[in-house]
Design a protein around this ligand. Sequence first.
Ligand SMILES: Cc1cc2nc3c(=O)[nH]c(=O)nc-3n(C[C@H](O)[C@H](O)[C@H](O)COP(=O)(O)O)c2cc1C
Length: 354
Amino acid sequence: MLFPETISKKLGISYPVIQAPMFGVSTPEMVAASADAGCLGSLALGDLPAEQCISLIRKTRSLTGRLFAVNIFVHEIPEITAELREKYAKAKAYIEAFAEDNGLSVSLTALEDLTTNSYHEQIEAIIDEGCEILSFTFGIPDEKSIVRLKEKNVLLIGTCTSVTEAQMLEKAGIDLIVVQGIEAGGHRGTFATESLPQIGGMSLLPQIADHVDTALIYSGGIYNAQTMQAAKALGAEGFQLGSMLLASQESALQPFEKDRLKMVSENDIVLTRTFSGRYARGISNKYIRKLEGSGFILPYPYQNKLTGALRNAAKLRQDTDFVSIWLGQSIHDYSRQSVKDILGKLIDDYSRLP
Ligand SMILES: Cc1cc2nc3c(=O)[nH]c(=O)nc-3n(C[C@H](O)[C@H](O)[C@H](O)COP(=O)(O)O)c2cc1C
């Protein structure tokens, strides 16, 4: 069978292809276009406050009557200590001075003015809104949350980057597992260890398939029918793709960022903690090169919050040297068509494979 059916049946879709949640890039329009292609759209809610989650869920519902997944960051927020306060103030001054030297005058948010949101409030909002599919990254919701979600029949999709994490997700009763190869664009979903498992999809996926019984969705580097076929051969029953949709009509990336994708070369794509405090894969730039090894990188979510105003200011002046453009390792032509057409072509090409 060309398309395995396990995941499609569970998710109520025609093809087991999932538009990756891409916080800051995917939009309600992208989710609806994915559903129109017979695939699963994912609404990225990141760490947004509950009210914003609700309004995005409602907006998406106004665009499509089909099922879609909502996606959240499940991350325990580190306590603010005296040490963190001191480090934060130093990092703030360092980054502001560096931006100033580059003609970008920006005042970054002070630690006292930051707001952080717990994923528990998001889960309550998701349950209240009657969402049926929840995917997550950066961790596993606590037991109480899982019980509550299961009582409400919410299907759970977790993300792993190692065999250990896949086993932890399975033990926690998660319904489907996204296996994220090191090729993937965006943040690493790593949660079991402080250090980063850097395992390529070709090694990771078959090992996980050997160790867990839960159906697997592969994510990382898929950019055409052949890469999707390879993932299937290694044990995937579903396919989640992000970078392929970055320049699409429904992407929130701005034209100057889409233009940058076209010029990307192999050595440009790096893993970095400099923007958010967690490792993410994207296009290297002046900011990343300066901050790497500077000692001014705070734990997530503090680095992420700290650099928010910098990224916004850089977007305004269309400056690729100070924005985070997350991107996976499979460089290709980054189609500007609608997501419906991009996914439609992928499925069509896949169906024609011998
Ligand atoms: C711009 C961008 C943002 C992302 N944001 C999220 C997110 O909010 N939640 C999540 O679970 N994964 C996120 N990811 C990771 C994707 O789910 C997926 O693992 C990755 O895109 C797959 O690799 P590919 O980009 O090579 O297709 C993001 C990826 C990108 C490129």
